[in-house]
Write a protein that binds this ligand. Structure first.
Ligand code: DX5
Ligand code: ZN
Length: 216
């Protein structure tokens, strides 16, 4: 089963609640929540109070993508705010094995995200212990960027490692995905698709989700 995880980074924040409700109504599987600290990435988005507040209006899975330095400092707060899945970046944590176990001990699911230039091989030994790996297909920080082509190879490599070491591993892709390339990332092995601008384009959430789901 392929899951669609719209990124609310591209939502209209003046009516975020309505947009999240629309995602639920029109068949999104998860809500992808991009948290940025202005240090790891050159942008600041939103944080814990926003997540807490939308937690009250939907039962969709909250897929929280932490683009923050030393994420272990904050994961407990994100779990308390309602995160179901916490994904931390490989590049942000010197003791990532410890943080993976810490997130699990808090009762949340755990993922590791890899920047485009970070090899899949880096997390090989962690794969049996992970729920998800997120392959960034753009440099993190902004919505609406162009898909980086060499990342397709990384999705395939990860799929092979998942076949060997963890058949239940979720393979998420994030950045520059829309109707023209969604099919190809799924063919490479992705099973959770993040889409920001492609879902919120022109405010036509219903139509856009239909197109993305139909194109699989
Ligand atoms: C980028 C974020 C993405 C972003 C995707 O740093 O992690 O989730 O919102 O946006 P699109 O789908 O527009 O590339
Ligand atoms: Zn993201």
């Amino acid at each position: 089963m392929i899951k669609l995880a719209p990124s609310i980074l591209s939502a209209d924040f003046s009516k975020l609640g309505e947009d999240v409700k629309a995602l639920e109504k029109y068949g999104a599987d998860w809500v992808h929540i991009d948290v940025m600290d202005g240090m790891f990435v050159p942008n600041i988005s939103f944080g814990i109070p926003v997540i807490k507040s939308i937690r009250n209006i939907t039962s969709l899975t909250f897929d929280v993508h932490l683009m923050i330095e030393e994420p272990a400092r904050f994961v407990e707060d994100f779990v308390k705010a309602g995160a179901d899945m916490i994904t931390i970046h490989y590049e942000t944590d010197r003791h990532i094995d410890r943080t993976v176990n810490y997130i699990k001990s808090l009762g949340a699911k755990v993922g590791i995200a890899l920047n485009p230039a970070t090899p899949v091989e880096s997390i090989k030994y962690l794969i049996p212990n992970l729920d998800m790996v997120l392959i960034m297909t753009v440099n993190p920080g902004f919505g609406g960027q162009k898909y980086i082509n060499y990342c397709s190879e990384k999705i395939k490599e990860l799929k092979e490692l998942s076949n060997k070491f963890n058949k239940n591993l979720l393979i998420e892709v994030d950045g520059g995905i829309g109707k023209d390339n969604i099919k190809s990332v799924v063919e490479c092995g992705a099973n959770v698709i993040v889409a920001g601008s492609a879902v919120f384009k022109d405010g036509k959430i219903e139509e856009n989700i239909k197109i993305l789901k139909g194109d699989r």
